[in-house]
Design a protein around this ligand. Sequence first.
Ligand code: B12
Ligand code: SF4
Length: 491
Amino acid sequence: MKVQLYVPPGGYFAERWSKGSSMPPLGILSIAAVLEKNGIGVEVVPADILNLSWRDIRNKIRDNRPDIVGVTSTTENRFQSFKLVKIAKQACPEALTVLGGPHASMAAEDCLAHLPELDLVVKGEGENTMLELCRALESKPRLAALEQTPGLVLRKDDKIFSTAPRPPIKDLDTLPFPAFHLVPFEKYNFTVDVPGHGPLPAVNIMASRGCPFDCNFCATPINWGRAVRMRSPENVVREIEQHVKDHGARVIFFYDDTFNSNPRRVEEICDLMIARRLDIFWRAEVRLDLISRPLLAKMKEAGLFHISFGLEAGSERVRNEIIHKKIDIRDFHNLVGWCHELGIIPNVFFIFSHPTETREEALETVEIIERYKGSIESTIAILHVYPGTPLENTAKEIGVLPKDFTWTKKYRSKITTLPLAQGDVPLFLDRLTWAQVSELLFRWSESQGRGSVIKKIPKALGQIRSWGDLKRYLIMGYVYLKIKTVRGKVL
Ligand code: B12
Ligand code: SF4
């Protein structure tokens, strides 16, 4: 049995993150580790990092003739993943083409309905499903064995058929650590800037899976489940120690959706980090209302230097009634204050254009960003629709997504996307006009002291693909000029 697991060309990165530093793909490395442990031949092919062209990939699959070509997919990189599946099928028709990852998991039927070259989708966690899939392929009759394998979506008699749901892996400590040795780690050049130290070698770790909350735009509670599964503190710290030894890691980037869903466990991880004198820096994403000042102080002592959390909206109505974020603004102000006292960088996520959000409500978000100008990092986005989320249903109900919408097609006129970003992911716009969204973005950009938007014009013009894109850029240009003229500044 020969399995090849691919990250498609372009990787996961939007243009805005690619500064020559990238990070190893934990999902397929975790699957690879399980296959390897069970004696199955597996090759991980990060086409992005290896700089493979489509022709290189075609040749590789044609020459190696793997039994399974597995491809990871997020909604942002789905078209590259689909292209890889097509190429794989053409290069080696007898290979089973398998798609996994957040996009395929959340839009499995849609992928199979529109991609004839795709044989099946692995829904959700891939480790055990891939292992059982390899075994099923060696059994006879093959289709019957596949039908008995939980976690698959496949075609049967020209219909799309789901096998039993795959139960989540209860004890994550039973998984081997992701197989980092199967990728050329140094080529990732994964570094993270730590104030006073510059860019330091970094490694990504996932210490838990799932999130107990249910924000309307988010894929995680559905994809990973709302029952959070946590690796033991000992298991997490052992992986860190291994990365320090093998990869000279100085920074750990925890990618848990909610690192602190169990504050007691965070404390235990910190105690172990301190006791073992790991001498590393780390950053994590947290729920802002599950942190006390003593816990934050302990996290700092254990090396925390940067902490991200979502407030998402300044308006209480939008935050709590629409998004279901259930965050009290006082907890936000407290946490920012503690970060300042303890010397930790707070990075706050905000989103504009939530369902029914008015301009006045969106301006409440801008007010918070401007109030903390220079003392918080802020990451903003215009609300994007992702498959399988409650927001996708809302978008379909109110016509933000057309009735015939499929994630497999590039729409040029029926939906709004941002051409400068990777991925053709639909934006959610209902109450706010494009001019208002542009104004909000410029106000945020100014509060961050970002470089002139004018500099981005040549690149933006090069990305225009439709009249809709052109119209949106013209509106943005008009709003920008209006803001500058009103404030009496020279462009
Ligand atoms: C690290 C991360 C990033 C990193 C790198 C991306 C990456 N995938 O490594 C960066 C910072 C670049 C990033 C950016 C963004 N991200 Co992000 N990110 C994550 C995060 C926090 C962790 C990813 C990870 O390492 N997971 C751990 C591994 C173990 O899980 P996994 O990759 O899903 O793999 C498992 C299964 O999916 C499956 N599987 C995966 N691949 C394959 C392949 C095969 C063949 C099989 C069989 C199975 C399989 O098996 C794996 C093991 O169980 C996830 C949240 C999450 N909980 O996963 C969001 C997530 C992937 N990101 C998301 C989003 C929306 C974004 C942004 C758009 C955010 C923004 N507003 O700008 C950008 C888009 C960037 C881009 N162009 O793609 C969404 C994606 C939703 C979707 N439908 O695609 C997620 C799920 C978060 C969420 N809550 O919605 N992100
Ligand atoms: S708290 Fe974060 S991970 Fe959890 S549902 Fe909300 S946005 Fe998603």
